[in-house]
Design a protein around this ligand. Sequence first.
Ligand SMILES: NC(=O)C1=CN([C@@H]2O[C@H](COP(=O)(O)OP(=O)(O)OC[C@H]3O[C@@H](n4cnc5c(N)ncnc54)[C@H](OP(=O)(O)O)[C@@H]3O)[C@@H](O)[C@H]2O)C=CC1
Ligand SMILES: O=C(O)C1=N[C@H](C(=O)O)C[C@H](O)C1
Length: 272
Amino acid sequence: MTANDMKLVVVGAAGRMGQALIRVIHETDGVTLHAAVQREGSPFIGKDAGELAGVGTLGVPVTADPLQAFLDAEGVLDFTTPATSVAFSILAAQARIVHVIGTTGCSIEDEEKFKAAGRHARLVKSGNMSLGVNLLGVLVAQAAKALPAAGWDIEILEMHHKHKVDAPSGTALLLGEAAARGRGIDLASQSVRVRDGHTGARPTGTIGFATLRGGSVVGDHSVVLAGEGELVTLSHSARDRSIFARGAVAAALWARDKKPGHYSMLDVLGLS
Ligand SMILES: NC(=O)C1=CN([C@@H]2O[C@H](COP(=O)(O)OP(=O)(O)OC[C@H]3O[C@@H](n4cnc5c(N)ncnc54)[C@H](OP(=O)(O)O)[C@@H]3O)[C@@H](O)[C@H]2O)C=CC1
Ligand SMILES: O=C(O)C1=N[C@H](C(=O)O)C[C@H](O)C1
């Protein structure tokens, strides 16, 4: 640890992503774990964050006091729940620090609140923080632009572990947005998110979603462009949560000297 290390707070520290973030911060030069936050009443309060994440004692006890945790911090890494991320975005804006949000399943109203927080905080938000998925999004936009809607149907498939609570995944929606951008259409009005019963034939130009849940799958996504007699499939398979954690830490370091604003991983990775 050096004096210039970026001081990061992990909120939701005991979660699947919280633990991955603590491990990645521990092994990354230029960042240090400043505080680790769990909700009031969590059985992990007072436990050492390093012990929790399996990297040995770090001398950072998990706290339920975000105000104290944000004091002197430079960035917050937040993979929690939509309501929690909205609440922390207000605190991060007040503290004028970096807020990296990986939380998915956020509503349009939540997104408006994040936009407002970005007037004071340096907020980076993405449904997927990995380099691979963000590159995939660029390729999907190109493919959707190159293959005309009249002959090529776009379907997005995703599979995640059985504990995931939101659908379609943030990544599936990110890929849908990329496809819609390539086609020059509005995703919200052109997407088919559920099919059941007598659905009728597929409306031309729509973007379909299909969701699978089971076991311990970290996150698999495929974008299928289905033509007459041929299929193009672009896919990504996440094997380890460290890919998201490394992306989140890179986002915090990137945002450290930026102006307040609402940024995406495409900005961080230079793919925008
Ligand atoms: N953008 C990306 O690259 C990725 C995004 N995600 C997203 O991140 C989110 C979290 O995923 P995951 O780690 O698997 O989920 P978990 O349920 O394992 O972790 C969430 C953690 O947040 C904690 N938490 C909830 N509310 C609060 C609060 N008010 N204050 C402090 N801590 C709180 C939970 O505590 P408790 O258990 O006590 O409720 C839990 O420890 C999901 O939305 C997921 O989709 C996941 C991976 C990658
Ligand atoms: O909940 C998860 O686990 C994941 N969530 C993100 C999403 O909704 O796409 C990213 C990743 O696929 C894992």
